[in-house]
Design a protein around this ligand. Structure first.
Ligand code: NAG
Ligand code: NAG
Length: 278
């Protein structure tokens, strides 16, 4: 039966997605019924292709949308990464550049604490204990001074100058005896921004780190003022001389009750001190 109806069908589909489906057919045949059914089948196929084309188009659009989204995310992520890197860098450099400094009086070294480092060590210097002028504070003079250049000449008013002397203990404690010279260390605490000496304390408040504790000192009461400083409770001395050369003197401080409330203070008693950082 099939031999009776020969039928050649040439279909040329030119499917361009997004455009109308073009078709070109050439039919060579006799039975109209057969032709009808073939046309119907072809129409169905064309419809099917149309559906597929529409699906493809939708898929393409979806892909484009996803691509755009990925690009967007990449950009956002990239920016966030750069931002984080920058913030981290700032944090690192701020921890490098910040920190808190204090002077540990009476020691060649800084406390063996995590994050505490020696900046330099030196010898205590200040005003002669009976001189009324000079500077009021006490300095930590480095062991390797750099002199002003030779050509540095000046004339001071009336030929007067200020003086600086070395420092001497005026008490014996541990390995230190009276007249020993007083060392000092400049210490830096990397992860801190504050440091303070608290008189009459041996411990620090919550949140603060104790660096060292010791004995409160200053000049003797009948001479000239110097400065209240906290000398480490295990003092070192400078191996140089035990001669009495005086200079900037470190006397232990004692309380005098009256205006100073006793209790909590006790009369004629040595005063503790602590150095705290945060
Ligand atoms: C110091 O800190 C480092 C790292 O935070 C730690 O590994 C080390 O054990 C600490 N040392 C002391 C003496 O606490
Ligand atoms: C406190 O001690 C000083 C020195 O020893 C003494 O002169 C003074 O009288 C004392 N004051 C009191 C209130 O005990």
């Amino acid at each position: 039966m099939t031999a009776i109806f020969t039928f050649t069908l040439l279909i040329l589909f030119q499917i361009s997605f997004g455009e109308e489906l073009n078709e070109e057919k050439r039919l060579l045949l006799s039975d109209p019924q057969q032709i009808q059914s073939e046309i119907h089948a072809l129409q169905q196929e064309v419809e099917h292709f149309k559906v597929l084309a529409a699906e493809f188009q939708a898929q393409k659009q979806e892909n484009q949308a996803l691509k755009a989204e990925v690009a967007d995310l990449k950009q956002t992520f990239g920016l966030q990464e750069a931002d984080l890197n920058q913030r981290f860098g700032l944090l690192e450099s701020s921890s490098q550049k910040s920190g808190s400094i204090y002077i540990r009086w009476g020691k060649h070294s800084c406390p063996k604490l995590n994050g505490t480092e020696l900046v330099y060590e030196g010898t205590a210097g200040g005003s002669y204990y009976t001189e009324t002028g000079n500077g009021a504070n006490t300095l930590c003079l480095p062991h390797d001074p750099e002199l002003l250049p030779d050509h540095f000449t000046l004339k001071s008013d009336g030929g007067h100058f200020s003086h600086i002397y070395g420092g001497e203990y005026q008490f014996s404690l541990g390995k230190v005896v009276v007249q020993d010279d007083v060392p000092c260390s400049v210490c830096r605490v990397k992860m801190a921004t504050s440091s303070m000496m608290i008189p009459a304390k041996r411990s620090c408040s919550i949140g603060w780190s104790k660096q060292y504790s010791g004995l409160l000192t200053a000049n003797t009461y009948y001479a000239n003022k110097n400065e209240y400083l906290c000398v480490d409770e295990d003092p070192d001395f400078i191996e140089r001389s035990r001669q009495n050369e005086n200079g900037r003197l470190f006397y232990p401080v004692k309380t005098i009750c009256g205006t100073l409330p006793c209790p909590p203070y006790k009369n004629a008693t040595l005063v503790s001190c602590v150095l705290c950082t945060m």
